[in-house]
Design a protein around this ligand. Structure first.
Ligand code: AHR
Length: 566
């Protein structure tokens, strides 16, 4: 293998190349990355009408002690349901309450933290709502802990908007620190959010709508995600995603609904309210505090604008009848109001040109390991003019991948090497999905696996770390995937380097491998398949390296060092 190491070789890799795609799937955000411990905190998940179910809340005490029902007496206009508890027992008399009292509990299997702050609203009369806050200090660790609200006093209590937030979220911004740390490790240059199908919905009424996800948390109605079939209180709303991007030092890429869900399409002639919503949302992120939406952002604690430069019009909607027409309405409105914003089309132009204007086009690939490996050449043939590619979702799936195998990770590594080689046309790349909560596995595999108190990265997660410094210029990095059962002895020689400056001491090798292609990480063996770094011995202008079977290796030759050594 001869490496042309001259400065004129290859294409520079864009600063924005590697990022992450946060998708609200697998309970990734609701009750997890978003550290809220209570689910269905406003009792709205059963819908606005009565009687309504209160799942996952459960009642403590039988009908002779307590009567629990929803009613529409909340003081919040956008979420009218409150919970009425009629306590029939007492501390004395004929009907004595059971030990521990009666009430309700939120069976949050995701509890992970010992310090809690509890906020709830209660009242003995509907007209007299009171906000009550307290700090709960746990005396011990119990991974099956649950929040209980109980009493032994006869009477009627109404509850609404019950929240339990851990005190030590990242910067107090609400993100679970260990999961946030896994994201920060990847050093993502962008974060695409809040999801793919989650944005679309099966029905439009269940699509993610930003204007109901901003402002005080008590006033957010929440919504049912009908693709992945769970309720979100939308505490992790538009503002919080922008905050997450800022905390990570990543550019936010907002995916919004373009009037199309899995089963419904708004006609292009009627899509203007959606377009206005997109414009309002951009003003919320970027507008100054004198503007209507900018002032709401400022009131939420962020007077400075967020750095929103990318928006994606819909998700996987290109083939649908109204997409092109709707897209063009969004494109012209956003381009004219915010000419610097990069607009991403759902239509994949990797094999044929787009018939509409765009700055980037989306490319999604979910396939088996061999197709993914071969996919390394897909962009060799892509047009070099026109919009750039955003590979916003890629993953090996199916039996090759299991719940996150070495085989899948190696094939993805091969694919990513091909994308880097084509970085003149591929501008952004992110794996999908990012997270899975093992209490609600909807999709396999995923990059980061967690429950209420444990987590690990799949081999696909670790592959992403090999690429995080791809836009650095201070070293020569040679990445090799060996997808075969045989060891490969590789002779590397460098061309284009000053022959007097070829001593490469301090260079390293990072290796990802395992004894079997089906090997996976797990809670009990979180580091079975992880990268191992070692020093490269005796490196010069010519170097011999050994590439083990079923492996991904990165050889990092320190160019800075190399240039400074005589
Ligand atoms: O990554 C899982 C889903 O796959 C995404 O939500 C969607 O965009 C794609 O179909």
């Amino acid at each position: 293998l001869t490496v042309d190491a001259s400065s004129s070789s290859g294409s520079p890799i864009p600063d924005t190349f590697f990022g992450i795609f946060f998708d609200e799937i697998n309970h990734a955000g609701a009750g997890e990355l978003w550290a809220e411990l209570v689910s269905n905190r406003g009792f709205e998940a059963g819908g606005p009408n009565m009687p309504s179910y209160i799942d996952p809340w459960e009642i403590i005490g039988n009908a002779s002690y307590i009567n629990v029902e929803t009613d529409r007496t909340s003081l919040f206009d956008r979420n009218k349901i409150a919970l009425r508890l009629e306590v029939l027992c007492n501390t004395s008399g004929v009907n004595i309450c059971p030990t521990g009292g009666v009430g309700v509990y939120n069976p949050d299997q995701m509890v992970w933290e010992a310090w809690l702050q509890l906020k709830y609203r209660s009242a003995s009369e509907v007209s007299n709502w009171t906000k009550v806050e307290t700090i709960l200090e746990a005396k011990a660790t119990d991974h099956n802990a649950r929040l209980q609200l109980t009493t032994t006093t006869k009477g009627v209590i109404w509850l609404d908007q019950v929240s339990a937030m851990p005190q030590d979220t990242y910067k107090g911004h609400g993100f679970r620190t260990d999961l946030y740390g896994m994201l920060a490790n990847i050093q993502p240059r962008f974060i695409r959010f809040p999801g793919g199908c989650f944005v679309e919905g099966v029905w439009l009424r269940n699509a993610f709508r930003w204007n109901e996800s901003v402002g005080p948390w008590e006033e957010r109605p929440g919504h049912f995600g009908d693709v992945w079939m769970y309720w979100t209180d939308d505490g992790l709303g538009y503002f919080e995603f922008l905050q997450l991007a800022e905390d990570l030092g990543a550019l936010p890429i907002w995916v919004f609904n373009n009037g199309i869900s899995h089963r419904e399409q708004v006609d292009t002639t009627a899509v203007l309210p959606f377009v206005q919503e997109a414009l309002d949302r951009i003003e919320f992120a970027r507008g100054d505090a004198t503007l209507k939406w900018g002032s709401l952002r400022a009131a939420m604690g962020h007077p400075e604008p967020f750095d929103l430069k990318y928006v994606a019009v819909g998700n996987e909607d290109c083939g649908k009848k109204n997409y092109r027409g709707n897209y063009l309405k969004f494109f012209s409105a956003i381009r004219s109001a915010y000419p610097d914003i990069q607009i991403i089309s759902n239509c994949d132009a990797s094999s044929k040109p787009l018939d509409h204007l765009a700055d980037l086009y989306d490319h999604h690939v979910y396939t088996n390991a061999s197709n993914m490996f071969v996919g390394a050449t897909v962009f060799d043939r892509a047009s070099r003019s026109g919009p750039k590619a955003f590979v916003s979702e890629y993953a090996v799936i199916g039996s090759d991948a299991g719940t996150g195998s070495l085989r899948a990770a190696l094939a993805e590594a091969g694919f990513l090497i091909g994308l880097e080689r084509n970085s003149d046309v591929v501008h952004m790349v992110s794996y999908a999905p990012l997270f899975v909560n093992t209490n609600d596995r909807r999709w396999n595999p995923d990059a980061i696996v967690f429950n209420s108190y444990q987590l690990y990265g799949t081999p696909s997660y670790w592959v992403q770390l090999f690429f995080l410094e791809s836009n650095g210029n201070n070293y020569i990095r040679i990445k090799v995937v060996n997808f075969d059962a045989n060891t490969v002895n590789l002779h590397i020689s460098f061309d284009g380097l000053d022959p007097n400056k070829v001593h490469l001491s301090g260079s390293t090798k990072t290796l990802l491998t395992s004894s079997s292609l089906t090997d996976e990480n797990s809670f009990s063996q979180p580091k079975k398949v992880v990268p191992i770094q070692s020093l490269l011995q005796s490196v010069g202008r010519e170097v011999n390296v050994v590439v083990p079977p079923y492996s991904f290796t990165s050889f990092d030759f320190l160019k800075n060092h190399l240039l400074s050594v005589n």
